[in-house]
Design a protein around this ligand. Structure first.
Ligand SMILES: O=C1NC(=O)NC(C(=O)O)N1
Length: 313
């Protein structure tokens, strides 16, 4: 029978699936539900130093082909999530390592939070979110290549725990090349491709209106809309980065087939956002079953047998 066992950072998870930061992970209730689901682990909502209200509502809208959001990083604050993951470590010392996401409003705020993670008992994986498209007036760090190099340089002067970065989608080979040449300079354990496709616009034709309030309706796109872009970014970085930097595939994973495609492109862990929002945590049971069925039909017993083996013509 096909096994979904996935080894990431010397830990073997029962499957490659987890939530995407921001979805189903804002408070203890949601995090506990994730932890008790068929998700192999979880990542917390990107935190800022202090609790943050985020943008005015409506700020998330599910649509037939995905989602549009301009949340604006609402979160309970850094200490809330750090307490949650450390309490969990004490409750479940043998639990799968959890992921912790930070998204400071400045380089200094990111450094401050990462220093606190470094000095804490947290023994999981940290994700530096450099790609939130929804804070008015805050351009995405990962679209500013000088700033990207500067922040990573400063982080790795002190941070020695496992660190990954959440990247926005890039759409040009020059950008894949430049981003990869910067990222290859640092001892990252992964890059997470992709965050939402920033600043899309969804219209309700009956009301002749946008559907979310912030930024006159402009928001990050998720779901089926973004799978081809997500796959391209997973593949582009898989083929450019040092093999020591793994790829987490995020974007448009709704079925076992979508998961299979991300794995073919080279992803190791897989994150589900929009579909988790729509279906709830049972989405993991369904997607795992569908991926196993596909693997068995193709005669694969492990993911390693096909990971990264996308054929070209
Ligand atoms: O990084 C993020 N990506 C998104 O699509 N939305 C959230 C947010 O707006 O908080 N953050």
């Amino acid at each position: 029978p096909a096994s979904l066992a996935t080894t990431f950072l010397n830990h073997t998870y029962e499957n490659p699936f987890m939530n995407a930061s921001g979805v189903h992970c804002k408070d203890t209730k949601e995090l506990n539900e994730l932890d008790n689901s068929k998700s192999s682990t979880f990542i917390t909502k990107s935190s800022t130093s202090l609790k943050r209200e985020g943008n005015p509502e409506p700020r998330y809208f599910s649509v037939p082909l995905g989602s549009i959001n301009s949340m604006g990083l609402p979160n309970e604050g850094f200490n809330y999530y750090l307490k949650y993951v450390i309490d969990r470590q004490q409750r479940m010392p043998k639990g799968n390592p959890a992921f912790f996401s930070v998204a400071g409003m400045s380089v200094d705020e990111n450094l401050k939070m990462l220093k606190a993670v470094q000095d804490s008992d947290f023994n999981g994986v940290t994700e530096l979110n450099l790609s939130c498209p929804n804070v008015p007036g805050k351009p995405q760090v990962a679209y500013d290549f000088d700033l990207l190099g500067e922040i990573l340089q400063k982080v790795f002067e002190f941070f020695t725990k496992p660190l990954g970065v959440k990247l926005p989608p890039y759409f040009d080979f020059a950008h894949f090349d430049t981003a990869a040449s910067i990222l290859n300079r640092f001892p990252l354990v992964y890059v997470n491709c992709i965050n939402s496709i920033g600043n899309g616009l969804y219209i309700d034709i009956e009301k002749e209106s946008v559907v979310i309030k912030p930024k006159n309706g402009f928001g990050g796109l998720g779901g089926e809309y973004i799978k081809p872009t997500a796959l391209a970014n997973v593949r582009a970085f898989y083929t450019r980065l040092n093999p020591s930097i793994k790829i987490i595939g995020t974007g448009g994973i709704r079925t076992g087939g979508d998961a299979f495609e991300h794995l073919l492109c080279g992803a190791t862990m897989l994150q589900v956002g929009t579909e988790l929002y729509k279906e709830g945590v049972s989405v993991f049971d369904r997607i795992e079953r569908e991926l196993k069925e596909i693997m068995e039909k193709k005669g694969y017993t492990s993911i390693e047998q096909f990971r990264g083996k996308l054929r070209t013509l």
